[in-house]
Design a protein around this ligand. Structure first.
Ligand code: PLP
Length: 394
């Protein structure tokens, strides 16, 4: 059976050149990068070189790059470490309603510890407007964390404007760039952020490795206490193969950013226009313009997203209802609800995310299966029967 993977926002396959770069560090160069001997020094050298390469690619200093176990840890560190280090200014945190669980759960924990958290709303397209931040920020706000691009609907936020507002009021600014990095241009200096999280497995690198960029002078408290790794700010034996892997993956992603962007956007745009042409009663969730090239998210009226997802899986097609982290929960997506989508439409929503290996033939196969499956499910739906019986009125 043909299999088509349209869940690149959940994770991407490892690029063969990345595996090749990593392999020696699993086998002959296995030393602990903190050991003094030559085995350790080979690892330490690889880590230094990887840090230097990432810094150069992002136009920041190597001392501003910290390796973590992934995007989740980087987000936890930025938020909890930042809130605790800067609580002298005040215990008010601002974030948005559409953040990833790594941020929202950290905020919930901080609320338990007596912090006040404001969750900014978004517009219909999933955009946080700078005015919303202007209205919410006060003298006690110490940290603002708004994602660069959303994982469910791909909406891209006006980070430069938001960071400038935070700075004017003396707060530090963190952005979760996990979905954006390697997919759209990200200029840290131009955005003006103090901290930024990203994760290797979203741009054809390994899982279990991420980066927190921390601007010189910004000092979030430690999240992981331990040895003296990461210049004493993050304990734990360095995962040398993964560090080598994320730097190689970032290099490839950024060196091929334009061509990958064009390809991914072309297959996504073809998919979106065909879905809208061939399937009635669909809603394209998210902003049409300010959007990641890999993301399409549709609400199919009168059907449950999960039923559609499972039927497509039987045809070899992988996509997602909500984010990978919340699948398994039958709660409607907090992101779609924040955009004002009613619960039943949020339940009928599916995310398709495209990648550099997706072909037009793959998309055409998915379109045929999708049209048929939506039709079959609607024919089983009492709501749809009522709708057609009433001459197209609910
Ligand atoms: N932030 C966003 C926006 C994400 O999409 C994800 C993963 O889906 C994460 C954070 C978590 O990253 P990781 O899987 O590396 O822990």
């Amino acid at each position: 059976m043909k299999r088509v993977y349209l869940d690149y926002s959940a994770t991407t396959p490892l690029e063969p050149k990345v595996l090749e770069a990593m392999t020696p560090y699993f086998t002959e160069m296995f030393g602990n990068a903190n050991s003094m001997h030559s085995f350790g020094q080979e690892g330490a050298y690889a880590v230094d070189e990887s840090r230097r390469k990432i810094a150069e690619l992002l136009n920041v200093k190597p001392t501003e790059i910290y390796f973590t176990s992934g995007g989740t840890e980087a987000d936890n560190w930025a938020l909890k470490g930042g809130a605790s280090a800067y609580k002298g200014k005040g215990k008010h945190i601002i974030t948005s309603k559409i953040e990833h669980a790594a941020i929202l759960s950290s905020c919930a924990q901080l609320e338990q510890e007596g912090y006040r958290v404001t969750y900014l709303p978004v517009d219909k397209g999933g955009i946080v407007h700078p005015e919303y931040l202007e209205q919410a920020i006060d003298d006690e706000t110490s940290i603002v964390s708004i994602m660069l691009a959303n994982n469910e609907i791909g909406s891209i936020q006006p980070i430069k404007e938001l960071a400038a507002i935070a700075h004017r009021r003396g707060a530090i600014f963190h952005t979760d760039a996990v979905q954006a990095m390697g997919s759209i241009p990200v200029d840290i200096a131009d955005l003006g952020v103090d901290m930024m999280s990203f994760s290797g497995h979203k741009f054809y690198g390994p899982k279990g490795i991420g980066v927190l960029y921390i601007k010189g002078g910004i000092k979030p408290d430690k999240l992981i206490a331990g040895g003296h790794q990461e210049r004493t700010r993050r304990g734990g034996t360095t995962n040398v193969p993964a560090v080598v892997g994320i730097s190689k993956a970032l290099e490839l992603a950024l060196n091929h950013l334009d061509e990958n962007y064009r390809h991914v956007k072309a297959v996504r745009d073809h998919f979106v226009s065909e879905v809208e042409r061939r399937i009635p009663h669909v809603i394209y969730n998210g902003d049409r313009e300010k959007r990641l090239p890999q993301n399409a998210n549709f609400a199919f009226e009168f059907i449950e997203g999960e039923s559609l997802l499972l039927r497509l899986d039987l045809s070899g097609i992988a996509c997602s209802s909500g984010s990978a982290c919340s699948s398994g929960s039958l709660e409607p997506s907090h992101v779609l609800l924040a955009t004002g989508l009613p619960v039943e439409r949020a339940h009928g929503s599916i995310r398709f995310s495209f990648g550099k290996n997706t072909t037009m033939e793959d998309v055409d196969y998915v379109l045929d299966c999708l049209c048929k499956t939506v039709n079959d499910l609607r024919n089983l739906s009492p709501l749809y029967a009522e709708f057609t019986h009433n001459g197209g009125k609910l």
